[in-house]
Structure formats: C-alpha cells, structure tokens
Design a protein around this ligand. Structure first.
Ligand code: IPE
Ligand code: IPE
Ligand code: MG
Length: 245
C-alpha cells in the first residue's frame, strides 16, 4: 500500500502458483559426513521458512515435491525416515498452518502410503479446507505419468459406458481428471541442487511454466532465494507461443 499507484501498475505480477522440486538433502548431509536422513530433517526447516514467506510475495499456491513415485526405490530406512518426517511435520505444523489460513492438499498415490499417514493427511485437508490465504499442495508418492494415466483411465471408462464421445475429450477434460483439478497451473517451477530436470513432476501442468534452477541444496534454500526467484520470474517474458508483440 505504501507504493505509488503508478509503479504498482507497472510491476509485473508475481507468480500465483510456485512449485518447488526440493532436491539436494542427501548431498547436503554427505558434505557434512552425516546420514542422508539428517539432510531430510534439515530440509523440513527450509519448508517451514518457504511456507511462511509465500504470502508476503503474493504467492497464492505453493506445491512442494516431497516424495516421488520413484523415491519408493530408495533403501527402506531412508523411506521410513522420510515418512516419519512427514508425520512429524503434519502433527507439529497443522495447528499453525490452520491458524494462518493455509489450505492443505495432498496429491499422489495414497494407496502406497501407510494407513496412519492417509488418516493424517485426510484430517489436515478436512481441517483446512475453508482456508484461503495460501494453498499448500504436497506432492507425496506423486508421479506425473501415473497421474495422467489415471486420468486417461477414468475418461476411457466414461467413453466405454457411452457417457462421453471420443471427440469430446479435450485438454480441459483431461485437466479436469487430474488430481490438481481446480488449481491453476504453476507459473514458476524452482528446482534446487543444480539438477536440471523435472523428474516426473507435474508433467501436464508445467507446459508453460517458467523454470528456474538454483545450485543451492534444498536445506540451504532461504527466504531470499525464493524472493530472488520471484524477481527473476517477473523479469521474464511469457509468450505462450505468441510473437510477444
Ligand atoms: C530431495 O533430496 C528429497 C527427496 C527426494 C525426498 P535428495 O534425497 O534427492 O538429495 P540428493 O539429490 O540425493 O542430494
Ligand atoms: C525429485 O528428486 C523428487 C523430489 C524432490 C521429491 P530426486 O532426487 O528423486 O530426482 P532424480 O532421481 O535426481 O531425478
Ligand atoms: Mg535428489
């Protein structure tokens, strides 16, 4: 409100939806001679800080890639450690998130999760469903290809029983069958740790997302890194295949 109206009108809007591939916990721990799970634990602090800073930057939706469908391949102790951290995060943070107006949504394959985790996330979603300050989407046991395949199956079932004609299948119809239905596509995807790939994250939804790769490892990611990424996003020109004129 302190900014003059003219400069506010000129400033490009911040991203409505930021999606983050939180990578590099293992390397963070390895560099310190610590077990990988201590890197994951340190990563939770970075999660807290990012969640707290979204609103200030004008971000309405934050998606965090917490565990991919491929991460089940990791050693049992690491998987168990990650699941335990998730339990702790939800138990410890739910009250504060709820009070701060955060709506929680979980995307991913729940069938693979332990029943107590499913109960915890169901409860977190229910208790926060009317909140609107920030929507926090946690991708857990999530794979973009699995999500698209599941959507195709459900659409095919409708075609099979004559509820839908093949020519009625459009991009909007497919998007409506994804787990992200109702959530705008990410404007900005950030990946830490220097890797430059999507690793099966939001494959459909990122068709026109701006991508920013940051060398820092996830546990070192701080509020100023999020602000810098938002700044870079605001300097980019999004063209969506147009001529930009
Ligand atoms: C990201 O850190 C967290 C998860 C994938 C769950 P990594 O565990 O992938 O860390 P690096 O990539 O091995 O350093
Ligand atoms: C992507 O990181 C998944 C998450 C951050 C949860 P990975 O560490 O699993 O990805 P790859 O194996 O390097 O592609
Ligand atoms: Mg990794």
């Amino acid at each position: 409100m302190s900014q003059p109206v003219a400069s506010q009108a000129l400033a490009p809007p911040p991203p409505r939806h930021v999606a983050i591939i939180m990578d590099g916990n293992g390397r963070w721990a390895k560099a310190r001679g610590l077990p990988r799970n201590l890197g994951h634990r340190q990563g939770v602090d970075a999660v807290r800080e990012v969640v707290r800073n979204c609103r200030k930057l004008g971000i309405e939706y934050l998606t965090l890639y917490a565990f991919s469908s491929e991460n089940w391949k990791r050693p049992e102790t690491e998987v168990a450690g990650l699941m335990e951290l998730l339990r702790l995060y939800i138990r410890r943070e739910l009250e504060e998130l709820r009070r701060n107006g955060v709506r929680i949504r979980i995307i991913g394959d729940r069938a693979k999760l332990a029943p107590d985790i499913v109960a915890l996330i169901d409860d977190a979603e229910t208790k926060t469903r009317d909140n609107r300050a920030l929507t926090l989407i946690i991708a857990l046991s999530y794979g973009g290809q699995d999500e698209i395949v599941a959507a195709c199956r459900r659409i095919a079932e409708q075609v099979a029983v004559g509820k839908l004609a093949p020519e009625q299948i459009t991009a909007d119809v497919l998007a409506a069958h994804l787990q992200t239905v109702g959530i705008p596509d990410p404007d900005l995807v950030i990946r830490t740790s220097g890797e430059q790939r999507l690793s099966n994250f939001l494959l459909w939804q990122t068709a026109y997302s701006e991508l920013i790769f940051i060398d820092k490892l996830w546990p070192d990611f701080a509020a100023e890194d999020l602000a810098a990424a938002v700044g870079e996003f605001q300097r980019r020109e999004r063209r969506y295949g147009g001529s930009g004129e």
